[in-house]
Every structure is written in structure tokens, then in C-alpha cells.
Design a binder for this molecule. Structure first.
Ligand code: GLU
Length: 321
């Protein structure tokens, strides 16, 4: 159901694990500006793959906060928990081609292995279950259900080396075998892996550009590899510098100090908040109140590239209204 590949299509893909903080707002703002400044559209996907994330109050708040900011999306939001058939079908296609295998390693075993960790904290998978015989698989399956991993090409095989250019951070190259090894497409509790779902969804939703936090930059080669295996187009990628709190810590949804509840109370209007953020991030010459629409007029990625170091948002001096 790809609509018109000529129309730039960005997306919001929030995980409903907490209220948005200023860093999430920054990433959402750039996703919106990038598409809208070129007459494109923005679609909304709630990333609630993990059933533990499903029940909280966060989805409504995320959407309310985006609407308050004037960052509106096109069409109805989709929810990953409604799309399990699509992920199942993709995993089946990979499995039929012999590209996946069951893995019985426990989390403790994976972390105990001395292999280096990918920068997102995923241990490099040493291939423990890669060569299990059918008998071994049958025997181990009796104990616990397996996770499913995707084979990546051997070290040195050019098919497993991905080079791409991020709109913000420039040229990147990663060899899957040495960066992450065979990676999960489905967990042992049946939950589909983020990497698989995001690739299936971005393609199915007609997304042409992925704009998100820099912490996901290292995921791009895994996503490009999956797109190639599943015959899907590669979107453009733009990662967004992370914001740090004034004391240097990376913002987290668990910290309440720069979350949208606090920010809405502190700034009073979306225009004031966006003015502050746009100035801190180099998108505007001063911190004057500004709407998202107005920012879209002068937006281009050079402004973001010029400020690609992590950005510290100054504590707001304004009193609540
Ligand atoms: N759901 C992820 C998050 O909220 C974003 C994933 C993505 O943009 O690919 O951090």
C-alpha cells in the first residue's frame, strides 16, 4: 500500500514507555520539519510491540503532546500490536530461505560471553546456536522456546558490509559480522524484534525518510540488510543529536525534569517551547516564540549538521503561567 513514493514521507514512531522529553520533542520536530518543508507527509506508528508497554497511559499523552506542539500527522495512527501478522509473514519468508535459526542462549549467557558489545548495548553474538543439529534443536526446544536469529554474512564477505550516508552524521560503514553478529528477529517470548518490525512497517507505510535519535544510528546497517533480504526500498536516514540535561546526563523518559508535563507548565505555549528549542539547536537565530509551521519555512538539514554535537538545553528561566 505504498501510496506515492515521490511524496517525502516521514514518521513519528514513539514507544509508549513514558512521557516525551525534550529530546523526543526535538527528534519529532525534525522529522516533521524535514517532511513538511518539502510538501511531504508524516505518518504515526505507536511502537508497542512489547506487551508490557501496551497498557500504560502514555500513548494518549504522546499524541496530545504532539498535537499541542502543532506537530500533526496524516491519517490514522497505526499500532504495532495490531500488525503481528505482517511481522510473522516476514519472519516466515526469512526462515523459508534458511536465513534464520533458533537460539537457546539465555540473556545471562549472552552477557557473560566476553565478546564486545555493539554500541547500543547488544552483545556481539558469538554464533553459539548457529550450527545446532536438528536433534540438538529438538532436545533444547523441550526445555524452553527458542528465540530466532538472522544469519549475517561471514566476516570479510562484502555482502555483510554496509555503507550509507546519514543526513546529519555523514558517511558510515559497518560490517554486521563484527559489529553485532547474527541478530534477533524474534525473542523467545514471541515478541518480534524492533529491527524486524521497524523495517516491515517503514516499507508498508511508505516511509521515505527516517528521522530519529542518534542512539539508533548503529541500527541502520541491520535495517538495510533486512530491507535487502525482504526486497524493500531503503529510506533516507537522518539521526538527530541527543540532548543532554544541564548536568550532562542524557535525557531519559524516566527523568521527569524535562518531560512534556513539566515543559508545558514551564513554557505555557507551544510557540515559546519551540522557540527555545529551535534556538538551542541552531534552527532559529533567536529564542523568540515560533510555530512549527513557521520553522518549516526556513528549514534545511545544513542547520542541523552545523549543530550536530549533543545539545544542552539551557534551563528555562520563564515562570509557569
Ligand atoms: N520507538 C523508538 C523510540 O521511541 C524509535 C524507533 C525508530 O524511530 O526507528 O525511541
Amino acid at each position: 500500500m505504498i501510496e506515492n513514493p515521490q511524496i517525502p514521507t516521514g514518521r513519528f514512531a514513539p514507544s509508549p514507555s513514558g512521557r516525551m522529553h525534550l529530546g523526543n520533542v526535538y527528534a519529532a520536530l525534525l522529522a516533521w520539519l524535514s517532511a513538511r518543508s518539502r510538501g511531504g507527509r508524516v505518518v504515526m506508528r505507536v511502537e508497542d510491540l512489547d506487551p508490557r508497554a501496551k497498557s500504560g497511559p502514555w500513548t494518549e499523552l504522546l499524541m496530545d503532546d504532539l498535537r499541542w506542539l502543532g506537530l500533526l500527522w496524516d491519517g490514522e495512527a497505526v499500532y504495532q500490536h495490531d500488525r503481528l501478522d505482517l511481522y510473522e509473514e516476514a519472519v516466515c519468508r526469512l526462515r523459508e530461505r534458511g536465513l534464520t535459526y533458533p537460539c537457546f542462549c539465555t540473556r545471562a549467557e549472552l552477557h557473560a560471553a566476553s565478546a564486545p558489545h555493539a554500541s547500543d548495548g547488544t552483545p556481539l553474538y558469538p554464533g553459539t546456536c548457529r550450527g545446532l543439529s536438528p536433534d540438538q534443536v529438538a532436545e533444547r526446544s523441550a526445555g524452553r522456546p527458542p528465540a530466532w536469529r538472522l544469519r549475517v554474512p561471514e566476516p570479510g564477505d562484502p555482502a555483510g558490509a554496509y555503507a550509507f550516508t546519514d543526513r546529519t552524521f555523514g558517511a558510515h560503514r559497518q560490517e554486521l559480522a563484527t559489529a553485532c553478529g547474527d541478530f534477533l528477529v524474534r525473542r523467545s517470548d514471541g515478541v518480534f524484534a524492533y529491527q524486524l518490525a521497524v523495517v516491515v512497517d517503514d516499507a508498508e507505510m511508505g516511509v521515505t525518510e527516517v528521522v530519529r535519535g542518534r542512539d539508533l544510528l548503529d541500527s541502520v546497517p541491520r535495517q538495510l540488510y533486512l530491507q535487502d533480504l525482504l526486497g524493500l526500498a531503503h529510506p533516507a536516514y537522518a539521526h538527530v543529536p541527543l540532548l543532554t540535561a544541564p548536568d550532562g546526563r542524557r535525557l531519559s523518559k524516566r527523568d521527569r525534569d524535562l518531560d512534556m508535563g513539566e515543559l508545558r507548565a514551564r513554557f505555557g505555549t507551544a510557540e515559546r517551547l519551540l522557540g527555545h528549542l529551535a534556538f538551542a539547536a541552531g534552527l532559529a537565530p533567536a529564542a523568540d516564540p515560533v510555530s512549527a509551521e513557521r520553522l518549516a519555512d526556513g528549514f534545511n538539514w545544513d542547520l542541523v549538521r552545523a549543530h550536530r554535537e549533543d545539545i544542552v538545553p539551557a534551563p528555562a528561566a520563564r515562570s509557569p503561567r
